[in-house]
Design a protein around this ligand. Sequence first.
Ligand code: NAD
Length: 482
Amino acid sequence: MQKILNYINGALVEPASKQYIDNVDPSTGKVYSLCPDSDAQDIEAAYKAAEAAFEGWSNTPAEKRSKVMLRIAELLEKNLDKFAEAETIDQGKPLWLSQNGEIPRAISNIHFFATAIEHYASEAHPMGEHAINYTTRTPIGVVGCISPWNLPLYLFTWKIAPAIASGNCVVAKPSEVTPMTAYLLSEICIEAGLPKGVLNIVHGLGPKVGSAMTVHPGIKAISFTGGTRTGAEIARVAAPMFKKLSLELGGKNPNMIFADCDFDKMLTETVRSSFLNQGEICLCGSRIFVERPIYEKFKKAFVEKVKAELVVGDPLDPKTKTGAIVSQMHFDKVLSYIELAKQEGGTILCGGKSIQPTGRCATGWFIEPTVIEGLAYDCRTNQEEIFGPVVTITPFDTEEEVLMMANSTEYGLASVLWTENLTRAHRLAGKIKAGIVWINCWLLRDLRTPFGGVKSSGVGREGGWEALRFFTEAKNVCIKIS
Ligand code: NAD
């Protein structure tokens, strides 16, 4: 059976304990590789390698750092098909999505920050003829990056790329649920000639490896994406050590659909924003609010489209639109929320059950895309993150009402508005409590824009200059000149 290895000090190595955990293909439910069960000893080795590399890497001109990162991006592109297949087997998403979404975006992340760093300049603030200030931005040192299982390589590279571009050395931990593509990336980093110790990837369980990173006094910043509860635990441990923290956490995003929207466009995008990647995207809209005059029309058309188009099955089959749920634990959690919705008085309009495909995937974890109506906006189903192929639909009568319902959860990551009324769109965009508002679109991403949420959806922003600022410290130098 294939063994995934840690990447420490430029080499692929076994965990100190020599212990491994099972890595499962969710489309079959079967173990297909082994993931290192690393611990604090491996984090210490990774930290030492990163610390030793820092002097050299932070003093390497940005142009040279950029060049080696661009080589990594090129090699990733050359191996796109291999990475896409690996991601699909590890995570359960359809192969076309890995080929056209996940892996191309990972390449873009690396390319984007490799080129951005060449344009990242210092600032100067002259004070008339008396004085001049200049502000430098220097890398922090050794930083930690921790990522989740839903978009494995996409979110992993979204963190490590700005961290190493800006001159830091990194100790990184991908999710133990989906470690494969981060492992394949470490092979590519070696081939590309990334100096040893600049990036170290330690695989293993969150409470062991992730918490060893959080408590390590030498790791000065943590960039984390994952669940709100884990984010709170990291903040609790890291805050008294004054670590810099970027926390990208859970969501329960509202879609607000007004009667004056472009119905056909809205319908197509709403199916996508509800169920892409099995609904396992932090930006998916899981609460759909529809203005009453078009509620019945929407309900009929939406349910018909979901039933007709979202073929559930083998992620490797090109016809599949909805793949496997990432793990047995997550599968059980999503099904338990469907049961809760029924207990809370919801009506299942379609889906609501697990599916057993025939053949290769007969033992995998699949759930039908599920649409539920008839629930109060403040019930648990409508307040807690499910993170699967489950959405609720709810009618509304006024702008005030939909805004109140949209803003009623503890989360505030993303939101979507569908209306052709420009004034209303801007008015609501200003009032929605979320870090991201999409108007008449969804998941349209420009990597320069700030990315992140408010309330329990997180602290800080990723993307563009925001990420480069996070991974650097500002120093102001003031010179009196007269
Ligand atoms: P998770 O919090 O369980 O795990 C995320 C990562 O943290 C994993 O690598 C895990 O091993 C590690 N971890 C677990 N316990 C830890 C600890 N005590 N200390 C340090 N690290 C620890 O999340 P998940 O189940 O992998 O991912 C799903 C969650 O991620 C959802 O809530 C989703 O909304 C969120 N998410 C948010 C964004 C965003 O950008 N805001 C993007 C994707 C996913």
